[in-house]
Design a protein around this ligand. Sequence first.
Ligand SMILES: [Zn+2]
Ligand SMILES: [Zn+2]
Length: 136
Amino acid sequence: MTTTPTVAAIAWRCDTCATSTTTGVIHINLQRVTAVEQELTAWEKRPREDVSRAVELAEVFAAPMIARWEVACRKCGHDCSGCYSIELALCPSVFALVKWTAHLYDKSWFRATNWVSFIHRVAQENGDPAEAAGVW
Ligand SMILES: [Zn+2]
Ligand SMILES: [Zn+2]
């Protein structure tokens, strides 16, 4: 019996126009990333005398909004000069996405971005739900 390896290709789609693309980019605005990183540092160093439950909940909502990764196709004409960007041609499969995840994890600003939510969405949109049954 022979087994056919799973083709882990990713069907990328532009977050602006929803068109399928293989030539676009995964990108994030670096100015926004830096701002979020500074906000996170300041937020973590905030004084915490009163740690009642209500205060904690309010703090969660006051937490800095994370910088978001998005996919952009060429037709939408986005200029990535102020971005960290990954060509989709260099991220055609889940295996490449894993390598990019390891690469980005080493960046000091990784935590200021929503990369984990981003790749989770990619898995939700591309994967067979049965492969990871029981995982959120
Ligand atoms: Zn587009
Ligand atoms: Zn960009």
